[in-house]
Ligand binder design. Structure first.
Ligand code: C2E
Ligand code: MG
Ligand code: MG
Ligand code: MG
Length: 279
């Protein structure tokens, strides 16, 4: 009986796998046919300094409006773009668009852009990022790049070289989704990083989950020791925020403050001037 059940399980598993594969194939084909220049759009999520209660930056997050598939989330299409070779183009388009929007912001607001594993493990790709930044005229010191642990672990030596190239022009580099990957702390401290972004999974219900509380507390201590700024992602409730404040967290992102918003709803230099005139 056990054998038969196992077989049934295998059949069901294969059916699920098959439908996932066919969806992947569909997305892959649509992506190859897509006019990325017009179909990709960015939204921006504020990064808040909770001590000052002020927006200090925005993370650019890509959205794909496919004529055939509708809105496709980056969680779905970015990994597919990664193995079909379109990611290099997507990264540059996103960065270009994001820089244009960031130029409308006051000087004390920075731009944070996500990079894919491809972008930092492909030799010389970082140079193309650097040249995109330089030709935009936007101050590289106001840019932060977000990379994931998986990217770093994929080719550690190349990752160091790429991160250093981005640091050399004055940009910051943060380790995104910290705690969800496999990187050992031993590795992290060898990377020329400037920030650590603590993954939202450790924040969810932190006010009632002692394990999450302990993890966030240790990661905060560790980042302080390594001289890295810690940013906590995915804050959704006042209860979670209160605990983070008690732990001394400075920067957060999350739906509690704001969902990602279109470029037109970010703080522009003009809107700040209008406010000052009214005040
Ligand atoms: P990420 O970089 O870790 O971005 C954070 C994700 O969490 C975003 O999802 C954001 O909308 C969501 N989020 C923010 N606050 C909250 C919250 O309070 N609660 C919950 N439940 N979620 C929250 P999004 O925009 O769907 O992006 C998913 C992932 O796709 C990103 O994770 C990033 O890894 C990737 N991605 C997005 N844009 C780009 C891009 O331009 N380039 C690359 N390479 N990857 C991107
Ligand atoms: Mg990110
Ligand atoms: Mg993240
Ligand atoms: Mg995340």
């Amino acid at each position: 009986a056990a054998k038969r059940n196992q077989r049934a399980g295998a059949v069901i598993f294969n059916a699920v796998q098959a439908s996932e594969l066919s969806r992947q194939k569909t997305v892959e084909e649509a992506l190859l046919a897509a006019d990325l220049e017009t179909e990709l759009q960015l939204v921006f999520q504020p990064i808040i300094d909770i001590a000052l209660d002020k927006t200090v930056g925005y993370e650019a997050l890509v959205r794909w409006h496919s004529p055939s598939l509708g809105l496709v989330s980056p969680g779905e299409f970015i990994p597919i773009a990664e193995h079909t070779g379109r990611i290099g183009l997507i990264t540059r388009l996103v960065l270009k668009q994001a820089l244009e929007v960031a130029k409308t912001w006051p000087d004390d607001i920075y731009l944070s852009c996500n990079l894919s594993p491809h972008d930092i493990t492909t030799p010389d790709y970082a140079l193309r990022i650097v040249s995109t930044v330089m030709s935009s005229g936007f101050n590289p010191r106001r840019i932060n790049f977000e990379i994931t642990e998986t990217a770093v672990m994929h080719d550690f030596d190349q990752a160091i070289i790429s991160i250093q190239l981005l640091r050399d022009i004055g940009a910051g580099v943060s380790l995104d989704d910290f705690g969800t990957g496999y990187s050992s702390l031993n590795h992290v401290h060898k990377l020329p990083l400037t920030k650590i972004k603590i993954d939202s999974s450790f924040v969810r219900d932190i006010h009632i989950l002692p394990s999450s509380f302990q993890i966030v507390k240790s990661v905060l201590a560790l980042s302080a020791e390594m001289g890295l700024e810690a940013i906590v992602e995915g804050v959704e409730t006042a209860e979670e925020l209160a605990v983070l404040k008690d732990l001394g967290v400075r920067s957060v992102q999350g739906f509690y403050f704001s969902r990602p918003v279109p470029a037109s709803e970010t703080i522009s230099t003009q809107s700040v001037e209008r406010q000052q005139i009214r005040a």
